[in-house]
Design a protein around this ligand. Structure first.
Ligand code: FMN
Length: 225
């Protein structure tokens, strides 16, 4: 089982990139990973190299600088699409980190009109991808107790919550609330204002990776085979 333990700790949003291109090997490995996710979970994720959707944002001011690649997170429209995109999209983000690449989830600061998407899919958000000028830095986080409720929580639950506290979230809102319900049962909610369900999906994946336990409904062959 892959738990992406190191990648969860090393990943930070990176918004400034080097000119170095993504290597053929990195691109092929990421393509294969994305293809297996699309096939297994009915999504329409894609990797785009040498395409610039981040520059010229707001009269020339770009939050994402010198980035010429992106990941497109889309899928057939359904009530749980955003949460699915969060869960499986974060898996792709951690895979990219493992391959030595940097990323930043992007829901707002890109040119939607320039994204190549298939007509049958709904675009949820994208991620910047490349070799970062730096590795980024840890975002602000509260102690894990701020993100859960429950009595006599087991060690695996606490490890899950450590991993949740390192998860990316839109505008770093971190509005998650996990509840320990006894035995192996966990409930998770999020009450953020932006991309709330994407945040929730991301946090659920982080929880399971940290806890080494499958507690939520999304299947995950890549990790639990
Ligand atoms: C769903 C989602 C949307 C995001 N949208 C943007 C965005 O439009 N522009 C941006 O610069 N960062 C965006 N971010 C990155 C967050 O600001 C970042 O994850 C957060 O500040 C925590 O920092 P970290 O990723 O380094 O832990 C987004 C993150 C998520 C999860």
């Amino acid at each position: 089982m892959q738990d992406f333990h190191d990648e969860i700790r090393l990943r930070h949003s990176v918004r400034n990139y080097l000119d170095d291109p993504i290597t053929k090997e990195q691109a092929e490995k990421l393509e294969r990973f994305i293809a297996s996710i699309n096939q297994d979970y009915g999504l329409d994720f894609s990797l785009h190299l040498n395409e610039d959707i981040f520059s010229r944002w707001i009269l020339g001011y770009g939050f994402i600088k010198n980035c010429h690649n992106y990941l497109c997170f889309a899928g057939p429209d359904s009530p749980d699409l955003d949460e699915k995109v969060g869960y499986y999209g974060e898996l792709v983000i951690l895979k990219a980190q493992q391959l030595g690449l940097n990323t930043c989830w992007v829901g707002g600061t890109y040119r939607k009109g320039d994204v190549k998407e298939s007509a049958s899919s709904k675009l949820v958000c994208v991620a910047a991808l490349g070799k970062g000028k730096t590795q980024g830095s840890p975002s602000k986080s509260k102690p894990i107790e701020a993100y859960y409720q429950g009595e006599n929580v087991p060690e695996w639950f606490l490890q899950g919550m450590e991993s949740v506290s390192l998860a990316p979230s839109a505008v770093n809102q971190k509005k998650w609330l996990f509840k320990y319900l006894g035995e192996d049962k966990v409930e998770a909610r999020s009450s953020g204002k932006h991309f709330n369900d994407v945040d929730l999906g991301i946090a659920k994946l982080h929880f399971e990776l940290g806890a080494h336990k499958k507690v939520f409904a999304f299947p995950c062959n890549v990790l639990y085979d």
